[in-house]
Design a protein around this ligand. Structure first.
Ligand code: KPL
Length: 312
């Protein structure tokens, strides 16, 4: 008889581990119950507690203290949230997973596409799920995490084992002020986010401007229709429901206006000399288009140009 759905993970039991203490990791660390939430220490990193300033969307700044534990002490863990950058995810998991429970469910928060599938292929025994979030979070100073805008998080399964844990994980994460809901078709949601990131992030990085300011720039105006044609053709070739290029452009521009004052994650990476996620956004589109024999000059050009900025 199949196990009852909630047996895998019951609200209030075991700990939730967070791998990646950037803005998104700390937003979750600050939002989940502190007694059962742990930041995972990297090997060699001091373990104890992490105290940081947290600025909620409403209300005064607060101090949050979260326990930092090594994987070897996390045998009671029930869930792992991975909030590393896309290009760090495989290496970070390879360090930690051998020390963690062998069927620990993993929820991946990475931007773009490619890293989710790579994790599911590398660790087939683990239930793997992906999250798409519109929560705004940034870290203007190393010890300050700002919850810049209320959003929503959708969680969906990447592999069949992930599907069996979906409802219980969603319920567990709902024990926070953040809005979480299960998503039956996470691939479509990941693609919709990819379209927005592919149409905004590289332009903000190359033009060194805020999201809303790309719209009036010749670089954007000259290439956005070609970019949307490439995205629409690739989605159709991948068998996904897609909108005509003009609709994709309208979606991109609606998000650029709604987040007009934002510094995109890619621009923030360039400004801080960090590697960007271009290989998982326009770079992913370029790889998949080429594999399917589709032209992708705009995505290839943007990927190349962003790679050439800082460490790309
Ligand atoms: O997701 C984003 C990002 O910066 O990565 C957008 C939607 C562009 C908001 O800044």
């Amino acid at each position: 008889m199949p196990a009852p759905r909630h047996q895998a993970l019951s609200p209030g039991e075991g700990s939730i581990l967070i791998l990646g203490a950037g803005a998104m990791g700390r937003l979750w660390a600050a939002s989940l119950p502190t007694d059962t939430t742990r930041l995972l220490a990297r090997p060699g990193q001091p373990t104890d507690t992490d105290t940081f300033r947290f600025q909620p969307v409403d209300g005064p700044e607060q101090l949050r203290t979260v326990s930092v534990r090594p994987a070897a002490e996390a045998s009671q863990a029930e869930l792992l949230l991975v909030t590393t950058k896309a290009h760090q995810t495989l290496d970070a998991l390879a360090e930690q997973l051998p020390l963690l429970p062998p069927t620990l469910p993993i929820v991946l928060f990475q931007n773009g596409l490619g890293s989710q599938q790579a994790v599911a292929e590398a660790w087939p025994a683990h239930p793997v799920l992906a999250a798409v979030t519109t929560e705004g979070a940034n870290r203007p100073e190393p010890d300050l995490t700002v919850h810049a805008g209320l959003g929503q998080t959708w969680i969906g399964a990447i592999n069949p084992a992930g599907q069996r844990h979906l409802d219980a994980i969603t319920q567990r994460l709902a024990h926070s002020p953040l809005r979480v809901q299960p998503e039956a078709d996470i691939q479509s949601r990941l693609w919709r986010k990819l379209v927005v990131n592919a149409g905004i992030n590289p332009f903000t990085a190359l033009l060194d401007c805020r999201n809303g300011d790309i719209l009036a720039q010749p670089l954007y105006q000259h290439h956005i229709d070609g970019l949307c044609q490439e995205l629409s053709a690739l989605m159709a070739a991948e068998g996904l429901a897609t909108d005509p290029p003009a609709h994709l452009r309208a979606t991109i521009e609606q998000v650029a206006r709604a987040t007009a004052r934002n510094i995109s994650s890619m621009r923030a990476d360039v400004m801080q000399g960090r590697r960007t996620e271009i290989d998982y956004i326009n770079g992913y589109v370029t790889r998949r288009s080429r594999a399917l024999g589709l032209p992708c000059p705009v995505n290839a050009m943007l990927t190349e140009k962003v790679r050439n900025l800082a460490n790309g």
